[in-house]
Design a protein around this ligand. Structure first.
Ligand code: PLP
Length: 458
């Protein structure tokens, strides 16, 4: 029998995260005056210890013992050889994936929720506010806050709140308090409802609400937490790629192709950044973030300075963006409905170190079902986008007759997304593809914004 799972013992779990800011140059975030923001300016939003991580240029950051203890509930995650999928596709490619669906909330998100809750706790914070798209982040943060005894308040994008009621139940089990966004509790929410009472909501609006709720708490003991996009979030996720590297070494393999779905860019970066380090040092690897065609930030939107949220509370971040006012079509992959992309991913795509791909949701589900029927795990709608690209690459390897090693991230399971699968089977699911006119509109918004530079990271 061929080995399917490559496992690490708990002793072999990485003791440090990899911080790519030691190895690449980035454009700074800008304040309202157009000048680089002073980290202290963010102190009302995030605890200082996490702000220090956000701007650190140390290559390795120690993972605290108290975080390792919680990680050990589900980490190290298995590296799985997708033997059945390979056989079904009759491909010479070897396909490996990190199974991040095995965490208690069912996705990669607790890899950063746990350290964020921990650092808030150490800093004396009693309550964390956040937004959630499909509900994975809200449930991951509720789980993490329960581990350290912190209160958690979640603003959930309206369309997912209605489509995925069980995510809210999960948050409640872990003690999290979840409400639909836009809500009447914040000015940002009331403004959005006034503009369109039937809005499906967006991550941008929910982020504005959560930040406002944190900074307006007069006790000073509430902070905000973001589940993707920021540098420290991507760094916490590198535990995925660091484990994968060790696991591949055990079987004498190295990836030719790395694939992950990209919403804000965190699970994809978690897997790929430790390998980007190798690529910057001369390795040949094709690295593909895959996004939905309905929300094409890195494949079609410009590299600009934009706000991370709709109300413009965040500094201007250098990123590929559809514009902070953009409300994506109601696709089922709620975790991929974000107007921007992590600055690190945006910079690396703009400089040709990674190559962005987009797939439609029908392509994504078609691939997801092929994989569910072979590998068994029902993928999250977000993961399906990566799977469409994995199948394409495996077919390409067959045409070229190459025994390529493909590594991808299985970011989460879809057990709370079954209604979306029903939609697919009944033929009700539609594709949404932005027209060139709609894309041009998003370019026009940025006419008067500062432009980030290419920094020759390669
Ligand atoms: C949130 C989520 C994503 C998208 O977020 P990233 O920050 O791009 O990783 C992808 N897959 C799953 C399962 C998610 O929960």
């Amino acid at each position: 029998m061929q080995t399917r799972k490559i496992l690490l013992s708990e002793d072999e779990m990485p003791r440090q995260w990899y911080n790519i800011l030691a190895d690449i140059k980035m454009n700074p975030p800008l304040g309202p005056d157009g000048k680089p923001v002073n980290p202290e300016a963010l102190a009302a939003v995030f605890p200082m210890n996490l702000i220090e991580q956000e701007v650190s240029t140390e290559r390795w950051i120690d993972i605290p013992e108290e975080v390792l203890k919680v990680y050990s509930i589900w980490r190290p995650s298995p590296l799985v050889r997708a033997l059945s999928l390979e056989k079904a596709l009759d491909t010479p490619a070897k396909i490996y994936f990190k199974n991040e669906s095995l965490s208690p909330p069912g996705s990669h998100k607790p890899n950063t929720a746990v350290p964020q809750a921990y650092y808030n706790k150490v800093f004396g914070i009693k309550k964390i506010t956040t937004e959630t798209g499909a509900g994975q982040w809200g449930s991951a943060l509720s789980f993490a806050c329960a581990q350290y005894g912190i209160e958690c308040k979640v603003f959930m994008v309206r369309i997912s709140f209605d489509q995925k009621p069980y995510r809210k139940s999960m948050m409640a089990v872990w003690g999290g308090n979840c409400i639909a966004s836009p809500s009447n509790e914040t000015k940002a929410g009331r403004d959005a409802l006034e503009k369109d009472p039937n809005t499906p909501g967006s991550l941008g609006i929910a982020i504005s609400e959560a930040i406002e709720a944190a900074i307006s708490d007069e006790t000073g003991q509430t902070r905000y937490s973001l589940g993707s996009v920021l540098n420290h979030v991507l760094m916490h996720q590198t535990v995925i790629g660091l484990e994968a590297k060790k696991q591949l070494e055990k079987v004498g393999e190295y990836p030719d192709v790395i694939i992950g779905c990209a919403g804000g860019g965190s699970n994809f970066s978690g897997l790929s950044l430790p390998f980007v380090y190798d690529k910057l040092n001369g390795k040949q690897i094709d690295i593909y973030p895959v996004e939905p065609s309905a929300c094409p930030t890195i494949t079609r939107a410009p590299f600009v300075y934009d706000h991370g949220d709709t109300a413009g509370y965040t500094p201007l971040l250098p990123m590929h963006s559809l514009g902070h006012g953009f409300v994506p079509a109601p696709i089922h992959a709620g975790g991929l409905r974000y107007h921007g992309m992590a600055p690190i991913v945006s910079q690396l795509v703009s400089e040709g170190i990674m190559e962005a791909k987009a797939v439609t949701q029908l392509e994504a589900y078609k691939a997801g079902i092929i994989v569910a029927r072979t590998e068994g795990i029902i993928p999250a709608p977000e993961t399906n986008h990566a799977l469409a690209c994995v199948i394409d690459e495996a077919k390409k390897a067959k045409e070229e007759g190459k025994e390529k090693v493909i590594l991808f991230n299985w970011s989460g399971h879809g057990l709370l997304d079954l209604a979306a699968y029903d939609n697919y089977f009944s033929g009700k699911m539609k594709d949404f593809i932005l027209t060139d006119e709609e894309m041009l509109k998003s370019e026009e918004i940025f006419a008067n914004y500062p432009k980030p530079a290419l920094l020759k990271n390669r």
